[in-house]
Design a binder for this molecule. Structure first.
Ligand code: GUN
Length: 292
């Protein structure tokens, strides 16, 4: 029988731990940690994510500031706001919600953020430090995945870990983290050009599916006793929900789950952990524990 990884419950627990720390900080007379979120335009998915981020800040006692720009904002205007936030001493960290409209360079925006306030962990300085094992802001989804693996005590040392997907914000950084000292997994990163994917997956003790293709990982690709982490969150049409869509993971849950030792559901697995990771980074920023 598999164990279902309850990301929602773990996220509530970590939030309670953060809230306790915030209380202690405020009790010493310091201001509460402060996160700002920039959102450009009115994409439904992005607005939902940002609303969750703001609400989570409230739950743990952080101050939060939401800055909204219309979709036709110029790159220069956005960069000017980033410069202002970089220099705002009352602000510990901030993020620019992605994706951005086509006329704005995401890379330019990411690199304009002071890496010491880059609580998303997207700036090349943080990415580089992560890859060589130095203290840094780790991006949210990989950090949430590692937290789940640690809290459920899923064995990683010497285990074969297969990551499907090579994105900059999930595949590559989670592979880095899984191979680092402490996790000590043997990591294989697969992608759209990988040959013999099924055979490679069948060797895996841990599979992290992060390619963004609904129900890609099927039962015949998973060995008995594997732990499966599903990072997929594709919106697919549904006539069973009020919103008209549902979230689909990258794993065919009904087929894969019976073979697993551990598996994350979608929703309620990795998703709730990502916001917690953002809160953790903001707390680290407020405490000056990574950079000061
Ligand atoms: N869009 C989807 N996920 C993220 C995230 O973690 N950070 C930002 N800034 N934008 C996103």
């Amino acid at each position: 029988m598999y164990q279902l990884i309850d990301g929602k419950a773990i996220s509530e627990k970590v939030k309670a731990e953060i809230a306790e720390e915030v209380k202690n900080i405020v009790a010493t007379g310091k201001r509460a940690p402060h996160l700002a979120v920039i959102i450009v335009g009115h994409d439904g998915g992005s607005e939902t994510y940002v609303a969750h981020k703001v609400k989570s800040c409230e739950q743990v006692g952080f101050k939060s500031t939401k800055i909204t720009f219309e979709a036709d904002v110029t790159e220069a205007e956005l960069l000017a706001k980033i410069d202002e936030l970089n220099n705002d001493e009352e602000l510990d960290g901030f993020i620019v919600q992605l994706p951005l409209p086509k006329h704005i360079s995401e890379q330019k925006v990411i690199e304009a953020i002071d890496y010491r306030k880059d609580v998303d962990g997207f700036h090349p300085v943080n990415v580089g430090r992560l890859s060589i094992g130095l203290p840094c802001y780790v991006c949210a989804t990989p950090s949430g995945i590692i937290e789940l693996i640690k809290r459920y005590q899923i064995p990683t040392v010497g285990k074969n870990c297969v990551v499907i997907g090579r994105s900059n914000i999930v595949g590559k950084p989670v592979a880095s983290l899984m191979m680092q000292k402490g996790c000590d997994a043997t990591v294989t990163v697969c992608h759209s050009r990988t040959k013999n994917l099924k055979e490679i997956c069948l060797q895996a003790d841990i599979i992290i599916a992060a390619l963004g293709q609904p129900e890609f990982l099927t039962g015949d690709m998973v060995k008995n006793g594997a732990a499966v982490i599903d990072v997929g969150t594709t919106r697919v049409p549904s006539d069973k929900t009020k919103s008209g869509f549902r979230l689909s993971g990258d794993v065919k849950f009904d087929e894969v789950a019976p073979k697993c030792s551990f598996i994350t559901p979608v929703p309620g697995g990795v998703g709730p952990m990502t916001i917690v990771s953002l809160l953790k980074n903001t707390l680290l920023a407020a405490k000056g524990e990574i950079y000061n």
